[in-house]
Design a protein around this ligand. Structure first.
Ligand SMILES: [Zn+2]
Length: 197
């Protein structure tokens, strides 16, 4: 068996998604061969994301200040909110470079089976923004799964009290597929062909 320090690092790598025993071992042994300054760079970078990455107080995007660079950008249209499941999805749509509104991260999808209910998501925060910023349009970009559909139907119902247009991105997006595996062209079309719900 490997010495404990090596086993510990292998176990740490296995916390990451998609990393099994073999990859974790390979990464650990590569790390043993790195010069001390590269190891220090790893340590500092990991400490840095732990200490300095926070969630934007407005939209939930990742940032190093209290407000993210999209919310603080005066040229972004605050009347259109793109609703996504997780912060990482924002980067997919930003890469397309065709959207000039702002975002709202729900921090999950409704899934009673997993014990995730509407009150666990950032839905009240979304309602507050719609009210305070006189938002005109909400675009739902949630993954096409049972949880995504349930969440969209719920949002449609509770947002009907507001005078806001609600659309969802067109589903050229395959059922059950995570947004991050969808190619940019499909996403771009999905956004252009959004439909009222
Ligand atoms: Zn923000």
């Amino acid at each position: 068996m490997y010495p404990k320090s090596i086993r510990d690092l292998i176990d740490c790598f296995k916390y990451l998604p998609g990393i099994g025993d073999k990859s974790a071992e390979r990464m650990t042994f590569s790390m043993l061969n790195l010069p001390a300054e590269k190891i220090n760079e790893f340590i500092n970078t990991i400490t840095n994301i732990r200490d300095n990455v926070k969630k934007c107080e407005i939209c939930g995007n990742l940032c190093e200040d209290n407000i993210c660079n999209i919310c603080s950008n005066l040229s972004r249209n605050k009347k259109i909110i793109f609703v996504v499941e997780k912060a990482k999805d924002i980067y997919l749509f930003e890469k397309l470079g065709i959207y000039n509104g702002v975002y709202h991260v729900l921090d999950g999808l409704i899934s009673p089976i997993d014990g995730i209910h509407p009150e666990d998501l950032k839905i009240n925060e979304l309602k507050e923004r719609i009210k305070n910023d006189n938002v005109e349009e909400i675009i739902l970009a949630l993954k096409p799964s049972i949880e995504g559909e349930t969440t969209m139907q719920y949002l449609k119902k509770i947002l009907s009290d507001f005078n806001v247009k609600i659309s969802k991105i067109a589903t050229g997006v395959p059922l059950g597929m995570d947004m991050e595996y969808i190619d940019t062209l499909t996403l771009e079309l999905a956004l252009e062909e959004r439909k009222d719900i």
